[in-house]
Design a protein around this ligand. Structure first.
Ligand SMILES: C[S@@+](CC[C@H](N)C(=O)[O-])C[C@H]1O[C@@H](n2cnc3c(N)ncnc32)[C@H](O)[C@@H]1O
Length: 199
């Protein structure tokens, strides 16, 4: 990674989920419920022990990755007060190749930019959480066809990102994995609660 900006607090405390456009968080902060991250790891795990979460927010995804034994580098364009955030950094400005894995829930409207940028950085193992209809959008479908993923993993059951019942949506993981051979696999995953994890 580049010489990263020190972890300075901007005092930002934004939450997604506002109903009006004027309330919309331009950085699209929606904390990922933990069962969605566990669902990914129940189907696919990176071989690399080190994972970059480049849009870590308050660490909802990074914490689960750490609980699951992965070493996590956590960055975000702002500092939301997450204790394990390593740096403030605009992922889309990163220029150095990254040899580890990448797992994230990017800002929804920039998902394709994040995916393209991660591929451009030469990342060999990566997983992105998006809305379930993501690949049905024309320009996204064209990207998919140019860069067929290893796995698409729809997660069964809806995500309530704020705990307030809004927004509630179906989500899926898309995985690119240089170790994968053959065509794109499609596997369903269940949301996994903590108590269901093996000891
Ligand atoms: C949908 S939230 C996901 C938060 C976290 N990944 C999670 O799953 O709980 C998107 C996050 O992306 C961050 N973000 C937006 N643009 C970014 C950029 N260019 N580089 C890094 N982070 C960015 C936002 O600040 C926000 O925290």
């Amino acid at each position: 990674m580049s010489d990263l900006i020190p972890n300075l607090s901007l005092g930002v405390s934004m939450r997604g989920g506002g109903k009006d456009k004027k309330d919309k968080d331009p950085l699209e902060f929606f904390p990922t419920p933990a069962p969605f991250t566990r669902a990914l790891l129940s189907v696919w795990r990176p071989r690399s022990p080190t994972v970059w979460e480049p849009a870590c927010g308050e660490g909802h995804m990074a914490d689960v990755l750490m609980e699951e034994g992965l070493d996590v580098i956590a960055t975000d364009i702002v500092d939301r007060g997450y204790e394990h955030q390593d740096w403030m950094w605009d992922f889309l400005q990163e220029t150095k190749a990254w040899g580890g894995a990448l797992i994230t829930n990017p800002p929804f409207s920039r998902s394709l930019d994040f995916m393209q940028h991660a591929l451009d950085l030469g990342i060999k193992e990566m997983a992105f959480l998006t809305k379930i209809e993501f690949w049905a959008v024309g320009k996204n479908a064209r990207f998919y066809n140019r860069n067929p993923p290893a796995l698409v993993i729809p997660v069964v059951g809806r995500a309530d990102f704020t705990g307030a019942g809004n927004p509630v949506m179906y989500m899926q993981w898309t995985v690119w994995d240089a170790h994968h051979q053959g065509g794109t696999l499609h596997k369903l995953a269940r949301r996994i609660q903590q108590k269901e994890l093996p000891l």
